[in-house]
Each structure stands twice: as C-alpha cells, then as structure tokens.
Design a protein around this ligand. Structure first.
Ligand code: FES
Length: 85
C-alpha cells in the first residue's frame, strides 16, 4: 500500500494492493478520465510532481517518466507519489 498526495486539492488518498490509483481516486471523489484501463489508450495521463513510479503502461516514453503517470495501471515502487491533481 502507498498514498497519493494530490498537490492542488490537498487530499491524500490511500491505495491498497488490490486497487488501482484510478479507482482509489474515484472512490475519493476525484475523477480522472479513463477508457482502456489497461495502460494503452493514453486517456488517464496525469501530471506527476514527485515519487518513485513503477510505470506499467505502454503509452509514456522515457522522457515522460519523470513528469507523467498513467494512473490506471502504474503504481508506486516505493514511498508515496505526489500528483498534479
Ligand atoms: Fe487507457 Fe489509462 S485508461 S491508459
């Protein structure tokens, strides 16, 4: 489990092992547009401010790995993530 900290709204959302960041956000009332939910379409692209991300999508290239995250599939590798939401 880890937490995502939403920089703009000041919220912190816990993400457990069985839940995607996308679903955890939705349960907290933060709706990120999504479509494929399998890391291929690009719809759920979200700004990443900081954190150690385990990128599991097929959308982002290396140059985006420090500033974007696909929240339908990717997770924290360690610690918490700060998102631009
Ligand atoms: Fe398609 Fe996340 S919803 S990449």
């Amino acid at each position: 489990p880890f937490a995502v900290i939403l920089q703009r709204s000041g919220k912190t959302v816990q993400v457990d092992e069985k839940t995607t960041i996308l679903d955890a956000l939705a349960k907290s009332g933060v709706i990120v547009p999504s479509s494929c939910e399998s890391g291929t379409c690009g719809t759920c692209k979200t700004g990443l401010i900081s954190g150690d991300v385990d990128h599991r999508d097929m959308v982002l290239d290396e140059s985006e790995h420090t500033c974007k995250i696909m929240v339908c599939v990717s997770r924290a590798k360690s610690g918490n993530l700060v998102l631009d939401l």
